[in-house]
Design a protein around this ligand. Structure first.
Ligand SMILES: Cc1cc2nc3c(=O)[nH]c(=O)nc-3n(C[C@H](O)[C@H](O)[C@H](O)COP(=O)(O)OP(=O)(O)OC[C@H]3O[C@@H](n4cnc5c(N)ncnc54)[C@H](O)[C@@H]3O)c2cc1C
Length: 436
């Protein structure tokens, strides 16, 4: 490997890295994609679902060949209390047919397939290889440019451009001085279990036809008073169930994520969905939830940052923003190569492209959410409790007139907390849950 040289090196073969590599390879660049896992996807975890639109740009009609689980037709959000749930949802059967909307997936299969597509487009992929640091070359008395990577083995590989797609850890982004060290306040921690269940049972329990999938987001009860979520996704013949919350709140409240998962599985409304299902695998992963304020400098001479490493998370959208930023970085790299200009000024067009994107507007709308939840860590819990108490009152058939009943419900809501605070919790919840 000693003196290898490429047009571009991409660190990390998740959705961001593979999308960047494929974009550059399609533009006739020589590309090396480096992954520390045994294979692409080996270390990657999500809920979850992948979304059609960014993948389709790279690979039209990808659903005909990609290892996907089920097209999602039914999306629900449950505001949960101990023995009840207020359910908000939508079922759209158009989503069961091409071109579909989103698909449940298992990342170990999906990422491997995507990286293989990058290889077929001309990328060289090496796995089981950790990038330890970046290489620099001097471009002036005080100026320098990233000029390659140093592997754990000590080998040096040179390139005109390095794209960092290393995910939430962002070690190299920090080493390059583009991002401050990430702290527990900026992360959510999730634990996930994959439970095997025959496909017929999946369909019966979630009211689905053979080639249909469902996704249920859950707030309130699952995270036991911390700001977080639970979720269940239907795969072909298994279920993915997960729960998590802000890491600092998990620590402060002394919560044990594995016990949270056990507790969620015992909830009477969840228990009936997973009854008889067998544990296949446990996983855990963090999500960078620092939001808009934590977005790093996205480029510097010779380097661009994509995906989770760049905190590109909006609600439950992450894989698509990773792929889009990967593609953007790949496109700018191709322009830089054509112009033989890898300067900070040239690569800053990547920053502008990201900053002018639709998703940056959404990320910006969530500005301050982290701060809000630091001040009000019980917001989701109170909202869910209020919604369920009100629903119990509303649905109880009693001897009160409708107006008196409404007055009673409003009185109870006001007793719990001032109504403007409830409205504010709801607004922040809407931005944060990102379930639909
Ligand atoms: C519990 C959970 C549920 C989620 N649910 C959803 C969902 O339903 N939908 C959705 O769109 N998103 C979801 N997300 C977010 C989504 O998973 C991420 O946004 C997405 O994976 C980011 O992609 P990435 O390529 O930037 O990073 P990653 O997927 O993390 O990939 C980074 C890759 O870099 C490799 N790597 C890291 N450091 C090095 C190094 N030094 N050298 C070599 N290789 C390295 C890693 O092994 C990894 O393969 C969820 C996340 C979690 C944790």
């Amino acid at each position: 490997m000693g003196n290898d040289r490429y047009d571009a090196i991409v660190v990390g073969a998740g959705p961001a890295g593979s999308a960047a590599a494929m974009t550059m390879a399609k533009n006739n660049m020589s590309v090396l994609l480096i992954e520390r896992g045994e294979y692409a996807g080996a270390k990657n975890v999500f809920g979850g679902s992948v979304y059609r639109q960014p993948i389709e740009i790279l690979i039209p009609a990808f659903w005909e060949e990609a290892p996907l689980e089920r097209p999602v037709v039914s999306d629900e959000l449950w505001l949960m209390d101990n023995d009840s749930a207020v359910k908000i949802g939508f079922t759209g059967l158009k989503f069961a047919k091409p071109p579909y909307n989103k698909f449940t997936a298992i990342r170990a299969k999906f990422d491997r397939w995507l990286a293989d597509k990058a290889v077929k487009a001309g990328t060289r992929l090496i796995t089981n290889t950790l990038v330890k640091d970046l290489l620099y070359e001097k471009t002036g008395i005080f100026d320098r440019k990233v000029s390659g990577v140093i592997l754990e083995s000590g080998d040096r590989i040179y390139s005109d451009i390095v794209i960092l797609a290393e995910g939430v850890s962002g070690n190299l982004v920090e080493k390059a001085g583009l991002r401050e060290k990430i702290t527990p306040d900026d992360l959510t921690l999730y634990v996930k279990e994959i439970l095997e269940l025959p496909s017929g049972k999946v369909e019966e329990r979630f009211n689905l036809e053979k080639n249909e999938g469902a996704s249920i987001g859950m707030v309130g009860y699952p995270s036991s008073g911390a700001i977080g979520k639970g979720a269940i996704f239907t795969n072909k013949d298994s279920l993915s169930i997960m729960v998590g919350a802000y890491l600092n709140q998990i620590i402060d409240k002394g919560l044990n994520p594995h016990l949270l998962l056990k507790r969620l599985k015992q909830h009477p409304m969840v228990k009936r969905l997973i009854e008889g299902a067998k544990t296949v695998e446990f996983q855990a992963h963090t999500i960078p939830k620092g939001g808009y304020e934590q977005i790093p400098q996205l480029s510097a001479p010779g380097v661009m940052v994509t995906g989770d490493a760049a905190i590109m998370i909006s609600g439950r959208r992450g894989t698509d923003l990773a792929m889009l930023t990967g593609m953007f970085a790949g496109e700018i790299a191709a322009q830089a190569k054509a112009a033989q200009d890898f300067s900070g000024e040239m690569l800053a067009s990547y920053d502008r492209k990201v900053k002018n994107s639709f998703f940056m507007k959404d990320i910006a709308a969530g500005k301050g959410a982290k701060k809000y939840y630091e001040l009000h860590p019980d917001a989701d819990f109170l909202l869910s409790k209020a919604a369920n108490d009100a629903a119990y009152d509303y649905f109880t058939v009693d001897l009160l007139s409708f107006n008196i009943k409404l007055e009673k419900i409003m009185g109870e809501l006001k007793n719990m907390q001032p109504l403007p605070k409830t409205a504010s919790d709801l607004y922040h919840g809407y931005l944060h849950w990102g379930v639909f």
